[in-house]
Design a protein around this ligand. Structure first.
Ligand SMILES: NC(=O)c1ccc[n+]([C@@H]2O[C@H](COP(=O)([O-])OP(=O)(O)OC[C@H]3O[C@@H](n4cnc5c(N)ncnc54)[C@H](O)[C@@H]3O)[C@@H](O)[C@H]2O)c1
Ligand SMILES: [Zn+2]
Length: 365
């Protein structure tokens, strides 16, 4: 067991903050050491969901070993826990546990726990220190990075939240050994997205990736590279006013599919798999992307168990409608992220509606 953290694998400069990302075997056992500091409090609230085994116990044990007072709060696994009711319950649990301004919240879990506990940390006593400990592939390459936190309302996903950077992100890829094949694939859809965004050898590594999770060394390196792509974009545009939009490649159509299917049939990464294919087809028409990239991407997605054909129960009209509604709600043109080539990405305003519809319709073929 290690108790001192080795050097971070990545260090992001976001606004006036520095966010180190620790990555490797055993890093979970060193979380406590990160939270001990002169003038800092000794209270720690660990938030975890009830589908996660082991990781939170290791984090809590490391906090105890560092002389901290630890309270562990479990929430039910699943998106329904991203609610204001859960924020209230956790805030009151934190108050009863004596968590104060200089104490800390540690989020151990996937994107659900990260978003929920992240927003708790941002709002409880106007902000306490936050450590993100992502335990899903999606959380390691995406949701734990960049500071977006929040909860859902019945009226919409992620409707209440804050951008709040953690003091550290701590990821141990070995925890992925207990993650279901379906959740691993979902995270891999975002990995495929990063490959397309960067092109070059990351794209080749993604295209050649063996059965998930794949070799331990290679996986840690893949996660580091994807996390690096995301953080580099966030460094440029923390508040999501411009460049950060490129991280939405595949997400315009993907969100439409997710919502039209009632957030039930498809998990997020599965909808993104379909959204990526649509975005690549639209890119061919709008920007002359070589069709070989869509073919190759489809083969990669299919090989990792991700959907490449839209279920017949999902209404195309509704997918298109939802995309249009999002656009109106924003009061802007429909901005889609498109590629001229892998690594050559831009946001494209108002792509031809006929082309967009055809790209979605084609998914059902
Ligand atoms: N903040 C952001 O920038 C951002 C980005 C993308 C997605 N998100 C959010 O992330 C959420 C989705 O996150 P997710 O895909 O990680 O799902 P999730 O958090 O629901 O986790 C998926 C499932 O895996 C289980 N699990 C987690 N780690 C495990 C492990 N190591 N072993 C076994 N089981 C484990 C969980 O109990 C859960 O049942 C959504 O709410 C989405 O809005 C946020
Ligand atoms: Zn996504």
């Amino acid at each position: 067991m290690i108790t001192d953290m080795a050097a971070p694998a990545l260090v992001a400069s976001i606004g006036d903050r520095t966010v180190p990302v620790y990555l490797g075997d055993g890093v979970l056992d060193a979380v406590g050491g990160l939270l001990v500091g002169r003038g800092e409090g000794d209270g720690v609230l660990v938030v975890v969901d009830d589908g996660i085994v082991g990781a939170a116990d290791r984090v809590a044990a490391s906090c105890v070993a560092a002389g901290l007072r630890v309270t562990v709060e479990r929430v039910p696994a699943g998106e329904a826990s991203k609610s204001l009711a859960e924020i209230e319950r956790l805030s009151r649990a934190a108050a009863r546990a004596g968590i104060r301004r200089r104490d800390a919240v540690v989020a151990v879990g996937g994107g659900v726990v990260g978003d929920l506990a992240g927003f708790l940390a941002a709002s409880y006593q106007r902000g306490v220190r936050l450590v993100q400990v992502p335990t899903t592939l999606l959380a390691m390459v995406d949701s734990s990075l960049g500071g977006k936190t929040g909860v859902d309302l019945p009226e919409g996903k992620n409707y209440v939240g804050a951008i709040y950077q953690p003091v550290a992100v701590v990821m141990d890829p070995s925890v992925l050994s207990t993650l279901s094949a379906r959740e691993l694939s979902c995270g891999f859809a975002e990995v495929v997205k990063y490959g397309l965004l960067t092109g070059g050898d990351l794209m080749e590594i993604v295209a050649g990736w063996p059965e998930l999770p794949g070799p331990a060394d290679g996986l840690a390196d893949l996660i580091r590279r994807c996390a690096g792509v995301k953080l580099a974009v966030v460094e440029e545009d923390e508040m999501d006013l411009g460049r950060r939009a490129i991280l939405n490649l595949g997400h315009t159509v993907g969100h439409g599919i997710e919502a039209a299917a009632g957030y039930d049939l498809y998990h997020h990464g599965e909808a993104i798999s379909l959204g990526l294919l649509a975005a690549l087809r639209i890119s061919e028409h709008a920007l002359g992307l070589d069709p070989v990239w869509r073919d190759r991407t489809l083969a990669t997605l299919a090989r990792h168990g991700l959907p490449t054909a839209l279920d017949g129960s999902v209404s195309i009209d509704e997918v298109i409608d939802i995309m249009g509604r999002d656009k109106k709600a924003d009061g802007r043109a429909l901005n889609m992220v498109l590629l001229r080539a892998p690594g050559d990405v831009l946001t494209h305003q108002d792509p031809d509606p006929g082309v967009v519809r055809a790209a979605v319709e084609e998914l059902t073929a």
